[in-house]
Design a protein around this ligand. Sequence first.
Ligand code: FES
Length: 67
Amino acid sequence: MKCFVKHDATQCGYCTPGFVVATRAFLNTKPKATLEDIRKGLGGNICRCGTYDGVAHAALECAKGGK
Ligand code: FES
């Protein structure tokens, strides 16, 4: 979750729990995911505020050992 805050990956926050859980589940199956992998892997989650870039970079940092 710290990565999500650091990368400003939350705005209204409606989608955030889903992205956090989806990110953890995705990285459990692909721990060395690239940014492209992450974008595809989380592609089913929708964010009306458009935080996709922040979410992708937060997930990438998590994949590199961030929390
Ligand atoms: S932060 Fe608002 S829907 Fe994603």
